[in-house]
Write a protein that binds this ligand. Structure first.
Ligand code: IMP
Ligand code: MG
Length: 176
């Protein structure tokens, strides 16, 4: 395993400041929309961790948060998804906002949406930090995408290449 990959990091496409501004905007929107309602932010591990951590602090109403971790078998195209870490909350008691790092083929989020809806949340909204609509293999549209990017692989702000790069503050292209 290589522990440095500076040479593989391409150009900065989204800066820390741009991310912060969009998250503040999103936090304000959620504050208004869910005021007076039981709200649970459900982050998808591991990629959404920095995004979820920053977003919850821009929400100015009482809010709970939890995480799930899923593993998708992208290779076999079955769209099969297994839950590695589940939430213990009763989702039927909450308005759920799923927070994801990136939607690429759409397979993961399509499966997660079905799984969460089966637990009868009061409502379900899906927010992704990044959207790559050109990469879709199944039809899927998030309720909110903070940034739309092209068909490029990126790292930073939670996104990884072989688990590295998640701690970068900006989002940068990555040359494999
Ligand atoms: P998909 O939408 O089911 O294809 O899968 C989305 C998942 O693929 C994300 O949760 C990421 O783990 C991973 N992924 C897709 N594109 C990127 C990228 O550009 N950088 C890092 N991870 C990515
Ligand atoms: Mg991921």
């Amino acid at each position: 395993m290589k522990y440095t990959f500076e040479d593989n990091i391409g150009k900065k496409i989204i800066s820390e400041a741009e991310i912060k501004a969009k998250i503040t905007e999103t936090g304000n929107r959620l504050t208004k929309k869910y005021s007076g309602k039981p709200l649970l932010i459900l982050g998808i591990l591991k990629g959404s961790l920095p995004f979820a951590a920053d977003l919850i602090r821009e929400i100015k109403i009482p809010v709970m948060y939890d995480f799930i971790r899923v593993k998708s078998y992208i290779g076999d195209k079955s769209g099969e998804l297994s839950l590695i870490v589940d939430t213990t909350e009763d989702l039927s008691e909450f308005h759920i906002v799923i927070v994801e790092d990136v939607i690429d083929t759409g397979r993961t989020m399509q499966a997660v949406k079905t799984l969460i809806n089966e637990r009868n949340p009061l409502s379900l909204e899906i927010i992704t930090l990044l959207d790559k609509p050109d990469c879709r293999e199944v039809e899927f549209k998030a309720d909110d995408a903070l940034f739309t990017i092209g068909n490029e692989f990126v790292v930073g702000y939670g996104l990884d290449y072989n688990e590295f790069g998640r701690n970068l503050r900006d989002i940068c292209t990555f040359i494999k």
